[in-house]
Design a binder for this molecule. Structure first.
Ligand SMILES: Cc1cc2nc3c(=O)[nH]c(=O)nc-3n(C[C@H](O)[C@H](O)[C@H](O)COP(=O)(O)OP(=O)(O)OC[C@H]3O[C@@H](n4cnc5c(N)ncnc54)[C@H](O)[C@@H]3O)c2cc1C
Length: 410
């Protein structure tokens, strides 16, 4: 019997174990080694306890664009296993998923427990050996070619031999060190998916307000990220801020999270276009007070914040607004600048950018290019997605590819 060890009982490790037994009709000897007391602990708290399992984006090309790191490699991996396969997989196991308006998919129970129960049932039924509190201390390779075996040394100093190993240990510095010792390059890990803390500013008094279609970038030349933006009591959050944190994870780390950020509260409308719109307002709503006739999308308090920012009296009528005031208002809305001073925690999801270099992995099989029969799945690899279920999809896809390869001779 082929003996497979999976290091890490998280999302990708458990999924890989189940897929191996599904493809091999339960005929492999599969063991999951998890260092903590329970498996799937990150999945349990994921998506605010609801587990955002995947995203309703089923075109592999468009889907791959959601990964700041791993786009090119996942493009082809998704041809083998993508969100429609995830949905089908869970449906076959009796777990129905639902889509939210932004495309995120959750179990209809709105509880991560549903996913955990499904995995545990599969693990039991398929006779997968789940060892808890069994951390791996180190890995050795003994023998060559056909006789190659992996020797796993556990934290309790016991040892076991395996034919194949899947490293599914998530963002874990210790396992990156072992892999470095085995000849793999490790891309420096840095945090991704965080909120943006800013210097004390009167905008913070508007905490809780959001704009549905704002753009944000590192000033002056960063790439704009366009999505809903939320003002919090200490900075910015919501999809636009989180996307910026993902795409600029490395630059923001290098800047020690201290930099100027720029916001266009109207996303795709530029200040010249907005100026023109305001000149039309001046004609059309000449006798209305500027505070009463605001640009449609703005919450009143945010609109008033811009008027204060530009020293415009809110009781002024549109007709009395000077050209300079109109220019300054458009400019303030389309080029708001804030000093970022720190990164915060986004409670619903966060990941690490960096890990095992993608260049050292064959993404058709998830096998190491340095050591045969050694596989990588999930977050241990230098792959991460933006928020929305893309990180779990990476775990399901890479786990399935590894399982398929392990079972290919079956
Ligand atoms: C708060 C939070 C919420 C999230 N919400 C979402 C979400 O809703 N949607 C989404 O797509 N993504 C979400 N993510 C990201 C997602 O959880 C990860 O991308 C995913 O869990 C990665 O799976 P993994 O199996 O690679 O790693 P992990 O889930 O981190 O599992 C790795 C496992 O390996 C174990 N391990 C490590 N070292 C050893 C060792 N030496 N020996 C034995 N075991 C070891 C760890 O204890 C852990 O259980 C969230 C992340 C966080 C932190």
């Amino acid at each position: 019997m082929v003996k497979v060890a999976i290091i890490g009982g998280g999302a990708s490790g458990c999924f890989a174990a189940i897929q191996i037994q599904e493809f091999s009709k339960n005929s492999f000897d599969v063991s999951i080694f998890e260092k903590s007391k329970e498996p799937l602990s990150k999945l349990r708290i994921s998506g605010g306890g609801r587990c955002n399992v995947t995203h309703d984006l089923k075109d592999p090309e468009l889907l791959s664009l959601k990964y700041p790191r791993g786009q090119k490699e996942l493009r082809w991996a998704f041809e083998s296993f993508q969100p429609s396969d995830t949905i089908e997989w869970f449906r076959n196991k009796g777990v129905a998923l639902k889509v939210e308006s932004d495309g995120r998919m959750f179990p209809i129970t709105d509880s991560s427990e549903t996913i955990i129960e499904c995995f545990i049932k599969e693990i039991e039924n398929r006779k997968i050996n789940l060892h808890l509190q069994k951390g791996i201390q180190s890995i050795f390779i003994e023998g060559i070619d056909e006789s190659q075996k992996f020797k796993l040394v556990f934290e309790d100093n016991s040892e076991q031999y395996f034919d194949k190993v899947i490293l599914a240990s998530g963002s874990n510095r210790k396992s990156w060190k072992w892999m470095e010792a085995l000849g793999h390059n490790i891309i420096d890990p840095v945090p991704s998916l965080f909120t943006l803390g800013i210097e004390d500013s009167s905008i913070l008094s508007l905490s809780g307000l959001s704009m549905p279609n704002a753009s944000i970038r590192i000033s002056p030349k960063g790439k704009w990220q366009n999505a809903p933006l939320l003002i919090t009591h200490w900075g910015f959050s919501g999809p636009a801020a989180l996307r910026l944190s993902a795409w600029e994870a490395r630059s923001l780390f290098d800047l020690n999270y201290k930099t100027e950020i720029e916001i266009n509260w109207l996303g795709n409308i530029n200040s010249q276009e907005l100026e023109k719109i305001f000149l039309e307002y001046k004609e059309e709503y000449s006798s209305s007070k500027i505070s009463n006739k605001k640009y449609p999308d703005f919450p009143s308090r945010l609109w008033e914040w811009f008027l204060t920012d530009c020293n415009i009296d809110k009781d002024k009528k549109w007709i009395d607004l000077s050209k300079n005031e109109i220019r300054s208002l458009a400019n303030s809305i389309c080029h708001s600048k804030f000093q970022m001073t720190s990164k915060g925690v986004f409670k619903e999801e966060f990941v690490t950018a960096g890990g095992i270099s993608r260049k050292d992995i064959n993404f058709k099989t998830m096998q190491s290019k340095k050591i045969p029969n050694l596989y990588f799945t999930g977050e241990v690899i230098d792959v991460d997605g933006i928020t929305g279920g893309f990180n779990f999809q990476n775990a399901w896809t890479t786990a399935t590819l590894a399982a398929k390869d392990i079972c290919k001779t079956f």
